[in-house]
Design a protein around this ligand. Sequence first.
Ligand code: NZQ
Ligand code: ZN
Length: 384
Amino acid sequence: MQNFAFYNPVKILFGKGQIANIAAEIPADAKILITYGGGSIKSNGVYDQVQSALAGRNVFEFGGIEPNPHLETLLKAVELVRNEDIDFLLAVGGGSVLDGTKFIAAAVPFVGDPWDILAHSAPVASAIAFGAVLTLPATGSEMNTNSVVTKWETQEKLYFSSPLVFPRFSVLDPETTFSLPPRQIGNGIVDAYTHVMEQYLTYRVNAPLQDRWAESILQTLIEEGPKTLANPQDYDARANVMWAATLALNGLIGAGVPQDWATHMIGHELTALHGLDHAQTLAIVLPSTLSIKRSSKWQKLLQYGDRVWGIVDGSEEERVTKAIANTRNFFESVGVRTRLSDYGVGLETIPVIIERLEQRGAVALGEHQDVNSQVIEKILTLSL
Ligand code: NZQ
Ligand code: ZN
């Protein structure tokens, strides 16, 4: 096992009715800004629950944070927070609202252009406190330090990470997810699944506990995910998927093991350039990455096939091929298409993506830093 430091202070309030308990988590004299997206929280009752939990408090609101949150929108919230001396943010929504709020939290006290935090890894020296009410299980943002923001003007989708943007608390009430449309349910399953794969499907470092955790999260998503599509009101299935998605990217399963993340880095370019949903890009890129990198991932692919999919018959070659095919088929089965052509994206995007990654020096990807421009080209060509 590799050396690691693990730190995760996020308090999770899990289960039905937990929104009612948020007032106790926010200082009584706080000036609070509720941040949210395009309005789903207003039609599914989550907004009303939050408002009644905060009755009598000093509350402002900022709506309109887009999926793949835009810098340009978030900067308006930064202005509002500065002008009103707001000192606590409450993000209510999916990963985009949470990520956007992390950015606002870091940008408010930042001296200079806050985009530098992402574009030039400018250090985050302080951030305002925030909490979250999650309505879409997918990203793990509710219990991690990551934030992904898109600068609309230049179509750049970049991330930053800082322990200062851990939420103080996150509410995970599975009932808030009953209103998700099938597309977002499938997206959430694929995103969480891919987060596990990025941290598990690399090479062996004798970390059987991390492997077993990863495999159990994958199996939970395979077994419970389809139930949430078949019956949106299935509370138990929702609860299991929600907790699985949180654990998929809260730092635990990735501690002490090598990590890949090539699929995510390539995927972010597809979103930035073509507007595909985050999970759609992962469903396209992950199966091809596994195929192109199969020889260096061989032992883990065999283990994954055996333990997650019960693939024990056939030659090693056949078992590896089947494990990758099962991954693709699972994504398709939850409604997320796995080919660039399914989204009307063609060959011409490949050199553009490679050039953009090269410009940022992001062409030594993967657990061996050997996913270079040529490998990225092969991966994307196989994704057509
Ligand atoms: O904006 P509203 O009206 O709220 O609608 C949203 C949005 O249209 C809707 N939605 C959310 N909860 C709902 C709901 N609709 C009905 N009922 C509910 N309960 O779903 C749509 C998508 O929401 P979004 O927040 O964009 O989705 P997701 O949670 O998948 O977040 C994606 C973003 O997270 C980033 C992605 O790159 C992308 O920008 N990621 C963040 C990560 C992190 N912080 O660690 C890691 C991930 O790999 C990922 O990169
Ligand atoms: Zn992701």
